[in-house]
Write a protein that binds this ligand. Structure first.
Ligand code: NAD
Length: 370
């Protein structure tokens, strides 16, 4: 049994709840990290093997992301243990049972995550009324279809290039992971004159220094093909994408793709992260020393959660997108300014910005006077 307090610090977690209903086969964990700013928002992950410690780290990441994004929400995360690919007849009752088991935890609002989607959120909402990332029929804003996170990445990139000697127009872009986030990042950057020279997915990569047809690639993905099947470029192994020279590199696939053992292969000026923690700490320091600008993941990829929170508060799509643009631009500018002025890594500046906001909110919580 893990010691629930081994990872506790002065921010949280506020609450760890384990739920178990043997009759239906439900096993789940909720970590509510810090709710000083407001009720927590965070994804419901469905997976067989997430430890409580990992669930806590994911909840803390949401505390920082939501605080940095200026949302009136704290951070939380929940895990439903099981195979996310199980038949819907089994999955639906489990998701509904998980929602019911956590009905009383009204400081946690469910969102979609790995293994869950907008349909799961509709089930949660019908049980307990507290979910974001809903289908449009019940007031949702389809953030992956509209590209909320990719839109935010594009704005982060635009602001970051002000510190560099190139602009988006004509900049060469590489996108690792041409999925919901990567595809839209490529599309929004393309609209601003950038040139996509490389893209990958789990099945391979395609490279063309003269520029890839972004709309054709998006169409190919929508019809279930791989980017590697695209005829107007050179087909490569997916791992070879790291070697493609560019000005902007967008990791949008998995964690830890840039590490000490491969960071020297990367030839870029700016990294704007769609994926969460795509760069190890050691690799991040090496890049910083080399002068590669890196906008931290939870600053650059907050578009999705900003959209979800705006949905929860009844905003329209256009208001949600206006909020993404405004907040991500302001945060990127502030973090890079702090990093430059104090000569610290952008990530350190970003964490401090978020923690400072959480601490300021904590001073008004009732418990602070006891
Ligand atoms: P997705 O499943 O739609 O897309 C992921 C893409 O990465 C797919 O095209 C997949 O084929 C590709 N991929 C997987 N392994 C790869 C590999 N080793 N090399 C190259 N490509 C690979 O997922 P998504 O919603 O686009 O999320 C991508 C990442 O961004 C995840 O890490 C997610 O946690 C993070 N993220 C997503 C959002 C969001 O709004 N969806 C918000 C913040 C962060």
């Amino acid at each position: 049994m893990e010691d629930a307090f081994e990872f506790a610090d002065d921010l949280g977690p506020a609450k760890i709840v384990h739920v178990h209903e043997p009759g239906i086969g439900l096993r789940g964990t909720l970590v509510v990290d810090n709710v000083a700013i407001g009720p927590s928002i965070g994804g419901l992950r469905m997976a067989p093997d997430v430890s409580t410690a990992e669930c806590f780290r994911l909840a803390r990441a949401m505390t920082l992301k939501n605080a940095a994004a200026g949302l009136p929400h704290g951070g939380g995360k929940s895990v439903l243990y099981g195979d996310p690919g199980m038949p819907v007849e089994r999955k639906e009752p489990l998701v509904r049972a998980m929602a019911c088991a956590l009905r009383g935890c009204d400081d946690y609002i469910f969102g979609p995550d790995m293994g869950t989607d907008e349909t799961c959120m509709a089930w949660v909402r019908s049980e307990i009324g507290r979910a974001v990332g809903l289908p449009t029929e019940v007031g949702g804003i389809p953030l992956d279809e509209l590209g909320a996170t990719g839109f935010g990445l594009c704005h982060a990139a635009e602001v970051a290039t002000r510190d560099l000697d190139f602009g988006l127009d004509g900049a060469r872009v590489v996108v690792q992971g041409f999925g919901s986030v990567g595809l839209h990042a490529a599309r929004f950057l393309d609209e601003r004159g950038a040139r996509l020279v490389g893209a990958s997915d789990s099945r391979g990569a395609v490279v063309n220094p003269a520029g890839l047809d972004v709309e054709a690639l998006c169409e190919a993905k929508r019809s279930g093909k791989s980017v590697a099947d695209h005829p107007d470029g050179e087909k490569r192994d997916r791992e070879a994408l790291i070697d493609v020279e560019c000005e902007i590199w967008v990791p949008a696939a998995r964690p830890d793709v840039i590490r000490e053992d491969n960071v020297d292969r990367l030839s870029t000026r700016l990294i704007v992260s769609g994926a969460n923690i795509p760069i190890t700490d050691g690799a991040e320091r090496i890049l910083h020393e080399r002068g590669v600008l890196n906008v931290p993941d939870f600053i650059a990829n907050a578009g999705g959660v900003i959209c979800a929170a705006m949905e929860y508060h009844g905003a329209t799509r256009s208001a949600a997108f206006a909020a993404i643009e405004e907040r991500i631009r302001a945060n990127t500018a502030e973090v890079l300014e702090q990093s430059r002025r104090r000569e610290v890594l952008p990530r350190k500046a970003a964490v401090e910005l978020a923690v400072e906001r959480v601490r300021r909110a904590m001073q008004w919580r009732r418990w602070s006077i006891f």
